[in-house]
Design a protein around this ligand. Structure first.
Ligand SMILES: [Zn+2]
Length: 73
């Protein structure tokens, strides 16, 4: 599997044009290098998502605490 150099969508190896945005894709050597970069970017994105989820959970947690501190009428 490869990634489009333009839109970043995943597609099959060996294609000349991206089927999502229509951009021409690079040759195999460049593709291999770009694939490594894409994997790194993908990994960074996963990390960022995990971080965002953690922050959301922390926000929910502090909101729960805040709700618990509210007086019950
Ligand atoms: Zn594309």
């Amino acid at each position: 599997m490869g990634f489009c150099i333009s839109c970043g969508q995943q597609h099959q190896d060996g294609i000349r044009f991206c089927r999502f945005c229509g951009n021409q894709q690079p040759g195999e050597q460049l593709l291999a290098r770009l694939r490594q970069e894409a994997e790194q970017i993908h990994y960074m994105r996963l990390q960022a998502q995990a971080l965002a989820q953690q922050q959301q959970q922390q926000q929910q947690y502090s909101q729960n605490q805040y709700n618990q501190q509210q007086p019950r009428w």
